[in-house]
Design a protein around this ligand. Structure first.
Ligand SMILES: CC(C)(COP(=O)(O)OP(=O)(O)OC[C@H]1O[C@@H](n2cnc3c(N)ncnc32)[C@H](O)[C@@H]1OP(=O)(O)O)[C@@H](O)C(=O)NCCC(=O)NCCS
Length: 359
């Protein structure tokens, strides 16, 4: 019986920062509204492709693990904002990093994509089917955003993170997971006007709509994550007091506070970076995990609780026992191409298109 040890971790944040003040230059919103309702102060906007962020995060995670790309036998990539419909983005990452011995799979479970990937990758290692798996989670959500929708556009940002899993006989890695999906709320977060469910002959084909029931998602998120967390504690025989740090999906500071209250976990045990990056969907957990390690908030042997929710409505939790190493073995110099534009300049064509459509 193998465990899937997390041996490498990495993140990629695009450099262009979009502040709440920037948003209020082109939509009817304010720093006060966004900060008080969500805790978000700024987010990042990607100036290249999603796969570019995924490649940088992947290279950084591989360096931290000191694993060569050829050693990987599987790449799982959680995202809903692919570079193109075909080929899948995991295969673009595979090609760029030279992981010639890997299979490559995209997982579209929205914000829960990374956690789903960690669960699948871990269990494929446990069965002996795979030995070294790269799990990536991230999003280029600004590209798919409807910039005329102030209730949605202020919430999200772009980022990517990755971890390396390696077969190990030590009791470490993801010890238990509970994942699920509330099938009756599939329309609570929905990107419309893209895909075969919508008219392929419409002139508005590239005008993406968003169905977004914020309050319904808010309630379901807390309920789903709390249920999943209690389930993984039960599976492992641990109590909330045994958890050293919680690394939850970062969608809204108020959701994190309500979750902490419901689970009776002290605020200082919760990793929070939503104020810096907003909701980066499948990117939130691997980015927050990497930052928790960089800030020395995880020690060898610690119990790390993860929880997530997203469109579907998908939800889940995972309980990880950290291994014996919290320091990267190597540091990669991989980086994104230089960015010459401000976030507002990058977004200008998108904003114009959605403004023109609204007229
Ligand atoms: C979206 C969310 C922040 C909204 O907060 P809320 O307290 O529920 O706010 P409401 O939806 O009740 O909106 C209150 C008012 O603010 C307005 N408003 C919405 N977005 C606004 C913005 N960006 N700036 C200013 N006002 C805004 C609304 O129009 C509404 O005005 P009205 O009362 O005149 O109709 C909150 O519901 C939430 O975070 N939900 C979870 C969503 C989420 O995380 N989704 C991603 C899942 S992975």
């Amino acid at each position: 019986m193998y465990y899937a040890k997390i041996t490498g971790w990495g993140k990629c944040l695009p450099p262009a920062v979009l502040s709440n003040a920037d948003l209020s230059t082109f939509m009817d919103t304010s720093d006060e509204w966004i900060t008080s309702r969500t805790g978000i102060r700024e987010r990042r906007i990607c100036h290249c492709n999603f796969s570019d962020m995924a490649i940088v995060a992947a290279r950084r995670a591989l360096a931290a693990a000191n694993v060569a790309p050829e050693e990987l036998d599987l790449i799982l990539l959680g995202s809903l904002t692919m570079d193109s419909l075909c080929p899948n983005t995991a295969s673009l990452v595979q090609n760029a990093i030279g992981a010639r011995n890997a299979a490559s799979i995209d997982i579209n479970s929205a914000c829960t994509g990374f956690l789903y990937g960690l669960h699948i990758g871990t269990n494929l290692i446990k069965t002996g089917a795979h030995r070294k798996v790269l799990v990536i989670g991230g999003e280029f959500i600004s590209h798919y955003m409807n910039w005329a929708r102030r209730d949605v556009a202020v919430l999200f940002g772009d980022a990517c993170g990755a971890v390396v899993l390696e077969a190990s006989t030590e009791r470490t890695g993801l010890l238990a997971a509970r994942i699920g999906c509330d099938m009756d709320t599939s329309s609570a977060i929905q990107i419309t006007n893209f895909g075969s469910a919508y008219s392929r002959l419409s002139d508005d084909f590239l005008y993406l709509g968003w169905n977004f029931e914020g309050q319904e998602v808010f309630k379901r998120a807390i309920k789903g994550m709390a249920f999943a967390c209690e389930d993984v504690l039960m599976q492992t025989g641990l109590r909330m007091d045994d958890i050293h740090i919680m690394v939850p999906h970062q969608a809204n500071r108020r959701i994190l506070d309500a979750l902490a209250k419901r689970l009776d976990i002290p605020e200082e045990k919760i990793m929070v970076n939503v104020h810096k990056y907003g909701n980066t969907s499948a990117g939130t957990i691997p980015v927050a995990l990497t930052e928790a390690l960089e800030e020395n908030r995880i020690r060898p042997g610690d119990y790390v609780l993860m929880a997530s929710f997203g469109a579907g409505l998908t939800w889940g939790a995972g309980l990880v026992q950290w291994g014996d190493r919290t320091v990267a073995l190597q540091v990669s110099d991989a980086d994104l191409p230089p960015c010459q534009q401000s976030a507002l300049e990058i977004l200008a064509p998108h904003i114009q298109r959605y403004k023109a459509h609204a007229l």
